[in-house]
Design a protein around this ligand. Structure first.
Ligand SMILES: Cc1ncc(COP(=O)(O)O)c(C=O)c1O
Length: 400
């Protein structure tokens, strides 16, 4: 991209962008020329994909693609309006009913993305007189939704139910309503929130419990029913936010839970009221993804087999894979420059795995986040492991 000399009033941008380059934090965005899958065409090279959120390989599944095509023939492409004016199509209603049944809750509402689901839900539930008790490593969309609500944000130590209780004891009585929010699976580390312990604490403080299950849906629980199913907490978690862009392979967001909460979000969830509905092909494709998840656990089982194999082999090679308990496999590299150099060397070896640095992860905790998929074959995984070993040794990340 060529950039013209900027006017003096934008000089600050020159400086900021140069600083990103100097710190190894500039995002070099690669372009895909093929559908998602284990193998991709990236910047016109065929490479093995280790960084998409396409957990189950549904992003290019023939039945999901076919459903989108058929829906376009019947309904066109765009929804034409926001949901509350003229944008609610029968497909949206079907998808919400199917998602509620899949998750085992009373009701569900869809948004255009998981990010929007958090932005819409949190300010609808709490305001200036209220408090949000939030895990310190919660996703950016939870942080932004919390700020937007105007509620007091009280952070508790990561995955620490005892610290949550301490904060509730100290502060709950100062506020009208309390909302406790945690990611289900933490997207950069792959660790799982102790939702069972959090529930035990929450129930004593008259607080609404909300989990963002973006990386748990299609991954955790029976047949990928998510973290609430994983801990058998059905009926105990008030709000489950999720995304249809990861394991579901499409794009969209969902909030599932009590019928009254969902009803309220239809009245007050701002991205639902003020931004057009999910598109026709996205909605139809998500319906096909629900069909596939309900029909068989095969893809979820394969995802976990692949993840266990890859992680064990990486640890045997001497890599630090952090505290992941899910298919998200962080390869901890420390400085952002090291992570970027590692990613570039992997790409040269035919492996696509982007480096992740600040602000997505804390400074000094840069990494390559490997995303394992059911779409990978054992040969794919072995090829990836071989490249990681070679690059790891040449950069001195692992010994030998
Ligand atoms: C925990 C969490 N919540 C929300 C989102 C946003 O989801 P979407 O990509 O559907 O906007 C993500 C994805 O990056 C996530 O990891």
């Amino acid at each position: 991209m060529s950039v013209k000399t900027v006017s003096p009033k934008l000089q600050w941008l020159e400086d900021e962008i140069q600083q990103l380059h100097d710190a190894g934090l500039y995002n070099h965005i690669r372009t895909l020329g093929s559908p998602q899958g284990a193998w991709l065409e990236v910047d016109e090279r065929r490479v093995l994909n280790f960084c998409s959120n396409n957990y189950l390989g549904l992003a290019n599944h023939p039945r999901v693609v076919q459903a989108a095509k058929q829906a376009i023939d019947k309904y066109g492409v765009g929804p034409g309006a926001v949901r509350t004016i003229a944008g609610t199509m029968s497909l949206h209603v079907q998808l919400e009913e199917r998602l509620a049944a899949f998750k085992g809750v009373e009701s569900a509402i869809t948004y255009q993305s998981g990010f929007n689901a958090n932005l819409g839900t949190i300010p609808a539930l709490v305001g200036k007189e209220d408090a949000i008790f939030s895990d310190e490593l919660n996703h950016a969309s939870i942080i932004d939704g919390s700020r937007l609500s105007g509620a007091k944000i009280i952070r508790y130590a990561h995955c620490d139910a005892a610290d949550l209780e301490k904060q509730l004891q100290a502060h709950r009585s100062e506020y009208r309503r309390a909302l406790i929010i945690t990611d289900g699976v933490f997207s950069m580390d792959g660790d799982v929130s102790p939702l069972d312990k959090i529930y035990e604490v929450t129930k004593n403080y008259e607080a609404i419990l909300m989990v963002d299950d973006a990386h748990g849906e299609g991954v955790l629980g029976r047949g990928g029913r998510g973290i609430v199913d994983h801990f058998n907490l059905h009926g105990k978690v008030d709000v489950e936010v999720g995304t249809l862009s990861k394991a579901f392979g499409v794009v969209g967001g969902v909030v599932a839970g009590h019928a009254r909460i969902v009803e309220w979000l239809r009245q007050r969830g701002r991205p639902f009221l003020f931004s057009s509905a999910m598109t026709v092909p996205d909605t139809a494709a998500c319906l096909a993804a629900v069909d596939l998840l309900e029909e068989s656990t095969e893809l979820v089982d394969r995802l976990w087999d692949n993840a266990r194999y890859f992680k064990a082999e990486m640890q045997r090679l001497g890599f630090d894979t952090g505290k992941s308990a899910t298919p998200i496999t962080p390869v901890m590299l420390g400085e952002a420059q090291t992570a970027q150099a590692f990613s570039r060397a992997l790409f040269e070896a035919g492996i696509f795995a982007t480096a992740i640095g600040y602000p997505t992860v804390p400074r000094g905790a840069a990494r390559i986040r490997v995303m394992i998929s059911a779409a990978h074959s054992r040969d794919d995984l072995d090829q990836g492991l071989e490249a990681f070993e070679k690059v790891g040794r040449s950069l001195g990340v692992i010994g030998g």
